[in-house]
Design a protein around this ligand. Structure first.
Ligand code: ZN
Length: 269
């Protein structure tokens, strides 16, 4: 009788052991393991606050010498628009740099912030994009702090003009929009008459000044952003699969203005 009980309890122990082995095999992977598998996560522009540190302002955004003198003047004028949004200067004076057409998009983090005239659009970027602002940043708590950014304008698939009523997309409008992304702003679900940060920009649009929504957006971003302790004012940085991105995670963000009015924000880890 005693032997039988021992046998039963041994069997129970064995079953329990097998169950535990089975369970550990099915256990969810640690966050570390999951991070290695996920390369690209998408997120809506409203999921986090993205900004430069206030100590980085004003930013020296250089215009490539590949642009004509008239095009470089437009770039300077649009920077002035953002500077006029409040008492702070967002952009330093206009200067030039050589044109950069790196085949590896990571190479753009070269220490120089530029607006580049791309006549050979990178094959890893969608051809439908009029322009892309590529941002390099680091997740700090619930914010993404920008460490580097550039504006790539797609002269390969589109034409841009600097004159009123000219053929092609209005360069002022496109640059004013991209400079907003450069500063950290996302897209607004509004028409072009209400915000330069709309994704619905047509070749006919000539919006050379910021609108009240844009001015209040940039003011609120930089009136709050300087304090990294004010994290609870923002949502946390999450991927669309619900994964919270940890402090120290380095990311790239692509703000993509499409000719077909679609808007996309891609966070690449
Ligand atoms: Zn955009």
């Amino acid at each position: 009788m005693q032997n039988r009980w021992v046998l039963i309890s041994q069997s129970k122990a064995l079953i329990a052991l097998l169950f535990l082995i089975l369970l550990s095999g099915c256990a969810p992977k640690s966050e570390e393991e999951e991070e290695e598998e996920d390369d690209v996560v998408t997120a809506s522009s409203s999921t986090s606050s993205t900004s430069w540190r206030n100590s980085n302002l004003p930013l020296t955004l250089k215009t490539a010498t590949a642009f004509s003198a008239a095009e470089r003047t437009v770039a300077g004028d649009m920077m002035t628009q953002w500077d006029a949004a409040d008492s702070r200067d967002y952009y330093a004076s206009v200067s030039t740099t050589s044109n950069k057409t790196y085949s590896n998009l990571n190479d753009y983090a070269d220490g120089e912030f530029g607006i580049y005239k791309i006549t050979d659009w990178n094959s890893s970027l969608p051809g439908s994009a009029l322009a892309i602002t590529q941002i390099f940043g680091e997740v700090i708590g619930s914010q993404i702090i920008i460490t580097h950014a550039d504006i790539l304008v797609n002269y390969d698939n589109f034409s841009f003009d600097t004159s009123t009523g000219g053929a092609g997309y209005d360069l002022s409008t496109v640059l004013l929009h991209e400079m907003g992304h450069f500063l950290g702003l996302g897209h607004q679900s509004l028409s072009i008459s209400d915000s330069i940060m709309t994704s619905a920009i047509t070749a006919d649009n000539e919006q050379l000044t910021l609108l009240s929504v844009d001015i209040s957006s940039i003011q609120s971003l930089y009136n709050i952003a300087p304090s990294l302790t004010a994290e609870d004012k923002f949502d946390s940085v999450y991927s669309d699969s619900g994964e919270k991105l940890k402090t120290g995670t380095r990311v790239r963000i692509h703000h993509q203005l499409n000719a077909d009015y679609s808007c996309s924000v891609k966070i690449i880890k």
